[in-house]
Design a protein around this ligand. Structure first.
Ligand code: ZN
Length: 289
């Protein structure tokens, strides 16, 4: 008898943070914000590849879209919703929430929500902070998100990392305020610590089989949906190289980019996927009813 090769029962959330390579937080010391408009934009080309792959595999995903991108490429927003994906917010200007005042954060997330809703004609319920920048020092951000009408956030990374993370926070979706759910990206619990197992640089760095094993563990042992994330620039081998950056930033940004499109295609085959709102707000609504 053939052994089952996938976990069909639990659906995982596929998420994409829609931003361009020059907007990455780690590049902020090297690329002035005023320079963004003069950079070669790659996001349209990369989004076309992502949307085609998802269409081919019949997967619906959640796109945390930067307001700055939506304003300049409104057709991307329309394509996301026309293909049946969830449009969510990555804020407007990709500043870390931890570096903004409460007022500036409220402006940023409110502006992005309004813009995305005007362009799409749909309610925007989800938000992900740039670089998972909600943590111990700015928990007020959840109050601001709730006031702005968001229903869920995916902004806390329960790991220890030099740029972000709140290692002691819950690993799975939990109500963080009345009417607001925090849905952390996925970690694997082992040896008394949390290991990142849900995308970004770690997914590019680690062997694919290990990433797949970690998601299977979360599905089988924790009996929870995983939340996976990637960026359009992570599948783009032809993006312009940023000169003069330090070795660690260079390694983290460029490692295994040529392999990533193929790995994501494999991931789409190896698991069942869906949108954040359907997986997490749907379950929450059912639990209430
Ligand atoms: Zn981002």
């Amino acid at each position: 008898m053939l052994m089952p090769t996938r976990t069909p029962v639990i659906r995982n959330a596929m998420t994409i943070d829609v931003e361009d390579y020059f907007q990455v937080s780690a590049f902020a010391p090297y690329i002035a914000r005023d320079d963004w408009d003069r950079r070669e934009c790659r996001v349209e080309h990369n989004m076309a590849r992502i949307l085609a792959l998802l269409e081919e595999r019949q997967v619906k995903a959640t796109f945390f879209t930067l307001g700055w991108i939506a304003e300049r490429y409104p057709q991307l927003v329309r394509q996301i919703v026309e293909q049946g994906h969830e449009l969510a917010s990555h804020g407007y200007g990709h500043q870390r929430a931890s570096e903004l005042s409460r007022e500036a954060f409220a402006d940023d997330i409110g502006r992005a929500k309004q813009l995305l809703e005007d362009l799409s004609g749909q309610a925007v319920l989800g938000y992900r902070a740039p670089s998972f920048s909600i943590g111990e020092g700015n928990l007020w951000a959840f109050d601001v998100l709730r006031e702005a009408g968001y229903r869920y956030s995916s902004s806390v990374y329960p790991i220890a990392h030099d740029h972000y993370g709140m290692p002691d926070s819950p690993r799975f979706a939990y109500p963080v305020r009345e009417g607001l759910l925090e849905v952390p990206v996925t970690t694997l619990r082992a040896f008394n610590r949390n290991f990142p197992s849900s995308g970004g640089g770690y997914f590019r760095l680690l062997p694919y089989a290990l990433s797949r094993w970690m998601i299977r563990q979360v599905n089988a042992v924790d009996q929870q949906s995983a939340v996976f994330y990637f960026h359009p620039w992570e599948i783009d081998s032809e993006q312009p190289r940023i000169p003069g950056i330090d070795g660690k930033t260079r390694f983290r940004h460029y490692v295994n980019i040529p392999r990533t499109h193929g790995r994501i295609a494999q991931l789409l085959s190896d698991f069942a996927w869906g949108r954040m709102d359907e997986i997490f707000l749907g379950a929450q609504a059912r639990a209430r009813a």
